[in-house]
Design a protein around this ligand. Structure first.
Ligand code: VG1
Ligand code: CO
Length: 586
């Protein structure tokens, strides 16, 4: 052990493109590989967010293990030391899911965390890399923090780094390189799994896996959730490993696009729609860094907006954490269809609408205003941490199915069998309530939103901005009569731009998408993505409500067709971008 830390100061220059978007900084790997690019971003971060004095300052770091992580993680550790951090907690092999970083920050009372991930974007030498900063609550840094960091980065002429050899992070161990400084390499899963045990009834979930008829499958898409999924589903619940797909994290995700939607997680989707008696009852996938989830049933898909609403509806009945704490309020991002709003109204609890990105939920959670929240982009979460949490959402669904199955098809000897409905007999034992039944019952109670998101990826950035600006100037704030004329649609009603004032700290975030409403309450919302690593992505979100049961099994594309036609006509998206159709529809 050396006695003092020796530092190196290296000249650098600003990188004008290094501004964090919806969720951290995301660029192609070669951009991050430029000399001093990573160091610049970290220097500005640790300068504007210095470790607090008067305590053992702690930084957590890790990521989804994507290509280039092993180089960057060493820079994070060395620069954090150079800027005065006293303890660095790092996941073994640099592996930590985004939700587990948030959990570790909170559990260990750390001062911040640096997460190395570009989330659901592909990885590899020519693909995407990313860096995110989370604050001491475990939440993604608010916009103000990242703006200050960016401004400082534009003035840099040098950075400071510890002049030490690389640390060995390949085994769980504690390294004390200098007196007063600790590098703690931890098991990536322990803290997170323990937290899940405090939230959920593991015995209840395990009983579901023991039912004769329950078949489960999970796809980690070679992202970070693999090791967590093995611990939970295999070790805790006894699910055979053959049912868990792609559970070894790979730097290029095995060439997969680690985005859990029906387009990219198609192997799972094919399994869930297989024409055989072997088709699983429940399937799920998570994204590269583990904060997103997709839920599927036998021949059915759960839309994320429905999933959020169903979890909010059932949480206090099925999940011990919410039975104890209650559900105080809920929130959803603005382009997310307002399914959860109806649940909130029925429960007489508040519901908030925020801009896209998890950072806006943090203040509402800290202030005790909400307990559960989510986004249409396959993100669901709660106050247990300050990030969305893919596996948590899967455990919510397993709890709901287990609870409902116990109610309707009690297992003999279970305490709930005294409340057995008359249909329960021993032949029903082992049966499970299906995902489709849960959705049908929920739609019958609250009605159904038909929902689609159309993404136009890789659009020329100038054209995308001009389309957005022109559309906003043409439509926002116009009267119903004017809108009917401009759009040629007799159902046009109103249009505005979503400007958000945080109800907790009053911070203001303008221009978060164009919201267009039709007379019957249908909407489309248009915004530009803040996570694309090159070019621009235009996202158009469509939704239409129906409480007519006879309509529920209609196809989304058919129901939403008139909305799509109006958007296409008024935005001139084909003419402006040259795109005949969206690149991805989810
Ligand atoms: C997208 C999603 C947004 C999500 C964000 C980060 O942002 O729309 O809902 O919070 O990705 O998710 P954008 O600006 O591209 O639409 V993740 O899984 O990257 O942390
Ligand atoms: Co993610």
């Amino acid at each position: 052990m050396a006695s003092t830390l020796s530092l190196k100061t290296v000249p650098t220059k600003p990188f004008p493109d290094a501004l964090a978007g919806t969720s951290g900084l995301r660029k192609k790997v070669p951009v991050f590989m430029q000399e001093n690019y990573v160091e610049n971003w970290l220097e500005a971060l640790f300068f504007t967010q210095p470790p607090p004095a008067g305590k053992e300052s702690i930084l957590v770091t890790g990521g989804d293990g994507r290509f280039y992580s092993e180089v960057v993680i060493q820079k994070v550790m060395k620069m954090a030391l150079a800027h005065g951090y006293k303890r660095i907690i790092v996941g073994k092999d640099g592996i930590l899911s985004t939700p587990s970083v948030s959990a570790i920050i909170r559990e260990r009372k750390a001062d911040g965390g640096v997460i190395l991930t570009a989330s659901h974007n592909p990885g590899g030498p020519t693909q995407d890399f990313g860096m995110k900063y989370n604050i001491s609550s475990g939440a993604p840094a608010p916009e103000g923090v990242m703006h200050a960091q960016y401004e400082h980065s534009q003035k840099l002429t040098s950075y400071t780094i510890a002049d030490v050899p690389d640390f060995d992070i390949s085994k769980v161990q504690t390294i004390i390189p200098f007196s007063g400084v600790t590098i703690e390499i931890i098991d990536p899963c322990d803290i997170y799994i323990n937290l899940m045990k405090q939230i959920f009834n593991f015995d209840l979930i395990k009983s579901l896996f023991q039912r004769k008829h329950f078949k489960f499958t999970f796809d980690a898409l070679h992202g970070v959730t693999g090791p967590y999924a093995l611990r939970l589903f295999h070790e805790e619940f006894g699910c055979p490993v053959e049912c868990l797909m792609n559970c070894n994290p790979l730097p290029d995700f095995g060439g997969l696009h680690p985005d859990p939607n029906q387009v990219y997680a198609h192997t799972l989707v094919e399994r869930m729609y297989a024409d055989s008696s072997n088709c699983p009852d429940f399937g799920a996938a998570c994204d590269g860094d583990g904060d997103r989830n997709m839920i599927l049933g036998n021949h059915c898909f759960v839309n994320p907006a429905d999933s959020l609403a169903i979890i909010a509806e059932s949480a206090s009945e099925c999940i011990p954490f919410f039975a104890r704490e209650g559900v105080k309020g809920v929130a959803r991002s603005s382009p997310t269809a307002p399914c959860v709003d109806r649940v909130a109204a029925a429960k007489s609890i508040p519901c908030y609408e925020t801009p896209t990105g998890w950072k806006f939920f943090g203040n509402l959670m800290d202030a005790g205003k909400i307990s559960i929240c989510g986004e249409e982009s396959f993100g669901t979460g709660s106050i247990h941490i300050r990030e969305k949490d893919g596996l948590w959402a899967v455990l919510c669904w397993l709890s709901i199915i287990a609870h409902e199955s116990n109610k309707r098809y009690p297992l003999s000897g279970s305490s709930s069998s005294s409340a057995a409905p008359s249909s329960a007999d021993s032949s029903a034992e082992g049966k499970v309530v299906s995902v489709q039944e849960i959705m049908d019952e929920y739609w019958t109670k609250h009605g159904k939103y038909f929902i689609q998101r159309h993404d136009y990826e890789g659009v020329d950035s100038t054209k995308a901005h001009s389309l957005y600006d022109t559309l906003r100037d043409t439509l926002a704030g116009k009267s119903e009569e004017e809108l009917k004329k401009i759009t040629g649609d007799d159902n046009a009603k109103s249009c505005d731009v979503f400007n958000y004032t945080d109800p907790v700290d009053g911070s203001y975030s303008p221009n978060n998408g164009i919201r267009f409403k039709f007379v019957d309450g249908s909407r489309f919302v248009v915004r530009l993505s803040g996570t694309s690593s090159s070019g621009a992505t235009i996202r158009v979100y469509y939704e239409k409500y129906s409480d007519d049961k006879a309509q529920f099994h209609k196809k989304e594309a058919e129901v939403l067709e008139p909305l799509v036609a109006t958007f296409s006509r008024v935005s001139k998206i084909r003419e402006i971008t040259g795109f005949e159709k969206p690149t991805v529809i989810t």
